[in-house]
Design a protein around this ligand. Structure first.
Ligand SMILES: *[C@@H]1O[C@H](CO)[C@@H](O)[C@H](O)[C@H]1NC(C)=O
Ligand SMILES: *[C@@H]1O[C@H](CO)[C@@H](O)[C@H](O)[C@H]1NC(C)=O
Ligand SMILES: *[C@@H]1O[C@H](CO)[C@@H](O)[C@H](O)[C@H]1NC(C)=O
Ligand SMILES: *[C@@H]1O[C@H](CO)[C@@H](O)[C@H](O)[C@H]1NC(C)=O
Ligand SMILES: *[C@@H]1O[C@H](CO)[C@@H](O)[C@H](O)[C@H]1NC(C)=O
Length: 588
């Protein structure tokens, strides 16, 4: 009896070590989310900052590192941060969406802890609740290669993160009220670069006194630009005057390296470009992000590329935008983005051992959206006629505590011939199944869709209605694995996903207005052999809410931030684990 419990203890802690420690380093962040006043478009407004900065700090780690982020909520409403593109392997508890986590109440803090297992690349984080992304709160994530895996290009001379996105003068609270009441977002008031408004490239369009982003560079050098569309609903065309964009990576896939003069970046997408400062002129150059596929006014975001030997401002008009009326340009550009199948990433040569085009599909889901419509008198958006209702008890907690009636595992695998409903219906995924999801966009605007917990292969996209025959145009060889894909209006995009990551995962429209009105679903992936090897246990610091609120202990309203020294914290943890594992059993 005694020796058995000893073994259980020992195995438990060996398990813990395998999971969290295993020699993989930790990186710690202490973040306070609060409002600050800023004037991105020249007029003061309230924005969401992290540690007083808008955008927030860059979270940087290396493949397999453990990331600990203690988030203090100094807003006046609940918040969750989500980590767009981070897969949280075996650990949807850290995903930071309302289906997996209770929101962090105003005045409270909560510590995320996750491992960036088997990932490299460029991602970003943002607040996932209450339309807050419209007020900021976002920042870049960089996951570096381990030293043992070569990067398929020379080390750049610098690394530059650009968070680009549409921006509104209205507060996120007013915007969400508008969206609920059926008032369209309308065209944005501006496009920001890293929280800053446009350079005054045209005095009739841009008002005076706006602070803009300047990127300082040295002639002849090559920089990696990580560009994220952090906006709420606008696709952006990104370009740098007189400079090629050598595409090298997108959301964790190294791509076939190709030069582009411009790139359409849809809401929630991330790209890395190498840009060589090969111009011999004596001026600065424009860096531009212009709304795509909107009929109304096109206020571009404009930053400045400043060579150290530059003598003056950029000259000439902004570089040309592709023709908006040509629907094939953007789709062909998207199809041209392919994976470099010989490059290593988180592991050596990932594609060599994973030929997605040869795997038998086990489940097919055709998910069709529709333009917003009234359901029970409320404006809602749907997938397959279901508008997601977010219960006050996170689905993941309900699953953990076997509380029935919070959600149903009955999401239909094709559009239903019935009136739309508001419901909490979840896709029942098969653990280690290989699933094909076709996203059919029946709305009139570009939508992008994001899946948490995974990278999916973008197999194909085309205009028209998807049919079985559409599979004949799939790219079964070198489609990129990413986590956000665009779906053009009146078109479809097909993705393939290997469901090897147990957990409950959010599939959502990245366009915040569509998402807010219900265009999301969760994918439940359960290993029938329950084991901590495939899914981590409920974290000890889990917040309880909804029907489980009574389990929640009060948190002192004003938590003092000690800025605990990370190393001593780690040593303490290891020490306690040691005592419990070895000394505890001896004493009983
Ligand atoms: C809140 O922050 C304190 C101080 O840094 C920390 O000790 C505590 O674990 C945090 N609480 C949660 C729930 O993460
Ligand atoms: C693909 O990656 C390999 C291995 O790192 C590299 O040698 C090659 O140049 C890359 N090819 C392209 C087209 O990017
Ligand atoms: C991309 O363009 C740069 C010039 O800006 C050039 O030096 C490089 O060879 C081009 N690369 C490819 C793969 O076309
Ligand atoms: C979900 O799928 C699993 C197989 O992966 C099956 O055993 C289970 O019965 C399904 N649950 C429901 C509620 O349909
Ligand atoms: C949406 O679906 C309707 C009915 O099937 C069809 O007539 C219409 O063309 C579709 N619109 C788009 C943008 O796909």
């Amino acid at each position: 009896m005694q020796s058995k419990s000893w073994w259980i203890f020992l195995n438990f802690f060996v398990g813990l070590f395998n999971f969290a420690f295993a020699g993989d380093p930790f990186v710690y962040y202490d973040w306070t989310i609060s409002y600050i006043t800023a004037s991105p478009l020249g007029v003061k407004q309230q924005v969401i900052a992290i540690n007083g900065h808008f955008p927030g700090p860059i979270l940087e780690a290396t493949t397999n590192w453990n990331v600990v982020v203690n988030v203090k909520n100094d807003l006046d409403e609940p918040v969750l941060l989500t980590w767009n593109g981070i897969q949280h392997r075996k650990n949807s508890w850290q995903d930071g969406v309302l289906g997996t986590n209770c929101p962090i109440p105003a005045g409270w803090n909560w510590t995320y802890e996750f491992q960036v297992k088997d990932q490299i690349g460029s991602f970003f984080y943002f607040p996932s609740t209450n339309f807050q992304r419209a007020a900021g709160g976002y920042g870049g994530i960089i996951i570096n290669n381990r030293d043992v895996i070569p990067v398929p290009f020379g080390t750049p001379d610098g690394d530059i993160t650009l968070a680009i996105g549409d921006w509104y003068a209205k507060s996120h609270k007013d915007l969400r009220k508008d969206v609920e009441n059926g008032v369209d977002l309308g065209s944005p008031d501006g496009i920001l670069f890293n929280g800053l408004g446009p350079y005054r490239y045209d005095s009739t369009i841009v008002s005076d006194g706006i602070t803009y982003q300047v990127i300082n560079v040295e002639p002849g050098k090559t920089y990696r630009f990580r560009v994220h569309n952090v906006g709420i609903s606008t696709s952006l065309n990104f370009r740098i005057q007189n400079h090629n964009l050598l595409l090298v990576e997108t959301e964790g896939s190294y791509t076939v390296q190709q030069n582009y003069t411009n790139m359409d970046i849809h809401v929630g997408q991330s790209f890395s470009f190498l840009v060589t400062m090969d111009q011999t002129g004596s001026n600065d150059y424009y860096i531009v992000a212009t709304p795509r596929f909107v009929n109304s006014k096109k206020a571009s975001g404009v930053a400045i590329l400043h060579y150290s030997n530059s003598q003056g401002p950029p000259s000439g008009p902004l570089p040309d935008l592709p023709d908006d009326s040509d629907p094939s340009f953007s789709m062909n550009q998207a199809r041209s983005i392919r994976m470099n199948v010989t490059a290593g990433a988180a592991r050596p040569n990932p594609q060599g051992s994973f030929k997605y085009g040869e795997i038998t599909v086990t489940d097919v889901y055709l998910l069709q959206n529709r333009p917003p419509e009234l359901i029970n008198g409320k404006r809602r958006t749907t997938l397959n006629g279901i508008s997601f209702f977010t219960p006050s008890t996170p689905l993941k907690l309900a699953q953990q505590y076997n509380i029935l009636g919070i959600y149903k595992l009955d999401f239909p695998n094709k559009p239903m011939n019935r009136p739309p409903v508001v419901d909490t219906s979840v896709i029942n995924g098969t653990y280690k199944g290989f699933i094909e999801i076709i996203l059919q966009n029946n709305d009139t605007t570009v939508q992008s869709y994001h899946l948490d917990g995974y990278a999916f292969f973008v197999a194909g996209m085309d205009y028209g209605v998807w049919t079985e025959n559409s599979r004949s145009v799939y790219n079964k060889w070198d489609g990129v694995a990413r986590s956000t894909t665009q779906v053009f209006p009146g078109a479809w995009t097909a993705i393939l996903v290997y469901l090897d990551n147990a957990g409950l995962w959010n599939l959502r429209a990245q366009n915040l207005d569509s998402w807010y009105l219900g265009q999301e679903v969760y994918l439940s992936v359960v290993n029938p052999e329950v084991s901590e090897k495939t899914e981590l246990p409920l974290p000890e610091n889990a917040i309880y809410c909804g029907v489980l609120s009574s389990l929640q202990k009060d948190q002192a309203q004003r938590v003092r931030f000690s800025g605990a020294p990370p190393v001593s914290m780690l040593i303490t943890t290891v020490f306690i684990a040691f005592i419990v594992a070895f000394v505890g059993p001896l004493m009983s």
